[in-house]
Design a protein around this ligand. Sequence first.
Ligand SMILES: Cc1ncc(C[n+]2csc(CCOP(=O)(O)OP(=O)(O)O)c2C)c(N)n1
Ligand SMILES: [Mg+2]
Length: 666
Amino acid sequence: MTDTTSSIERDMANAIRALAMDAVQKANSGHPGMPMGMAEIAVALWGRHLRHNPANAAWPNRDRFVLSNGHGSMLLYALLHLTGHDLPMEELKRFRQLHSKTPGHPEYGCAPGVETTTGPLGQGLSNAVGMAIAERILAAEFNRPGFPVIDHFTYAFAGDGCLMEGISHEACSLAGTLGLGKLIVLYDDNGISIDGHVEGWFTDDTPARFAAYGWDVIPNIDGHDVEAVDAAIRAAQGVTDRPSLLCCKTVIGKGSPNKAGSHEAHGAPLGEAEVAATRAALGWHYPPFEIPAHVYRAWDARARGAALERAWRETVDGYARAHPALAAELERRLAGRLPANWDAATRALVGQTAAKGETIATRKASQNAIEGLAKVLPELVGGSADLAGSNLTLWSGARPIGRTGGGNYLHYGVREFAMAGIVNGLALHGGVVPFGATFLVFADYARNALRLSALMRIRAIEVFTHDSIGLGEDGPTHQSVEQIASLRLIPHMDVWRPADTVETMVAWIAAVERGDGPTSLVLTRQNVPFQPRDAAALAAIRRGGYVLADASGARAVVIATGSEVALAIGAKAQLAADGIPIRVVSMPCAEVFDRQDAAYREAVLPQGLPRVAVEAGVTDYWRKYVGLDGAVVGLDRFGESAPGPELFKHFGITVEAVTAAVKRLV
Ligand SMILES: Cc1ncc(C[n+]2csc(CCOP(=O)(O)OP(=O)(O)O)c2C)c(N)n1
Ligand SMILES: [Mg+2]
């Protein structure tokens, strides 16, 4: 293959190589090999195609760029710096240092222009799929003839690791089915991963695999020839009915005389001597962290970016004159503001739900909540991993997203991990409020994407139904025991386990209103009784934990969640008959309760009163509320296959058990 890269573009690529190897050398840790190997691919995409505005990284109609092989973070930092984003050289010198904008792997919210947090391999691909879906949804809803107000590509870089990961199958299979024509993935086909040459563990025919998903595939691109990569990108842009995979042959650590092509270039500094040898071999005679003016000029994307955004704003201005209502709605959506009537509408929904007082499963109550909220919240984009009829996630206005056009509901298929990653991508794109759904026990399949949603503090909503042994006959494979507690372990994740229709409605509203993190909604399969409550209790649900039923001279507090709140209420009646008054605290969301002020928490859980917690799951979590002297009625073993009510008896999660636990303490 003849390399037709021009001399200035060779310098542009070598600037990336130098910054990557020097920053890694200075930090004495990091991954120089991938940025050095993908440098020309980056020149082709970022130098010639990517539509972004360094002065406003959040410009809504920018192309999205996802670095799925996030260990190559220095590639992204170099690109952001060189093209003129607010990422000064000082930050590149502080690569991987505390509170720098250049952490080891790209983190959403650290440097402008980082669209998502990547590093856990393969997940970036699922985020990119979500972003491409969001673009499709918004374009279908808002574009009008002559006014393509939402019209951008989503590009992703991915390595061997991303493609080995199972989530790449889930996400890319769905992307093929949906025909996401504006998704373009550039595969860094360097034949190397950490353990060495991949022949021993990765021999897929990747082009055939993606062709089988229904992708447009361009094989055998010389990834070090800017013209060749550019031609492939152009061809991919022209394929509008399928996503495109561009398979680029590259050499990891390209430019390093002794480490290029070897896994030694993957994740360690090259070493001072090899860095010097690489400089000499590249003909790059500038000191570390010094970029010559002609290279900065060639990379500078500020003028072009400003012009792109200006042109878009002119389109939007014309759109606003021709379609004022649509334009106002688009502006609201892109700004991430809730509708003006949100507070009034949700207050009414809570009131109506309380007035109805239905005894139904909380999964059904969740469906009712979705039905009500979707009418006020057109940006709601739902979905389930092939359990729509079990998770109860469909509503009357749900419109499935297919191969063309928009919609607001995704049939994710049996792909829990990709679903959670796609939900993250939808949330990150903006303009939509996404939720996904599956059985609670399969939250583990999605777990690392849930974790990243919390790390990124984005508004991702997860509906997890069939939340305990209460689901019954499907047995222990399907009965969650440890999942609720393990979701609560994720920092910034709010876990709501509502007890009835009203708590479910409030939980949904809280999840949508939450601006700084994800929410898991944990719901029953089986019916749960409606809990009557006074106005004060109704208002206090929002605080995560509240006094649901009190008694004067209460001698103990029983804390319960979800389906077990009814057991606590039953125990209260039995104990009252025995002359032992108790208080029942419903704790639908412990994280929200923990964020309340100390006075409120003390008012709900007074010091000195013995406490019993009841939840049909592992007991350890509750020790932080009941202490070592309190009691927890729960389940520290796996369930069984039998009807749900029988299982509650079998495992001793009953009114009698709660009553006995209180009696032992008072
Ligand atoms: C889910 C996950 N597993 C493992 C790792 C650790 N890891 C980082 S890079 C890498 C190898 C990746 O190989 P490839 O994508 O080919 O990267 P290259 O060496 O070519 O840059 C591994 C195993 C990770 N970051 N994420
Ligand atoms: Mg590789």
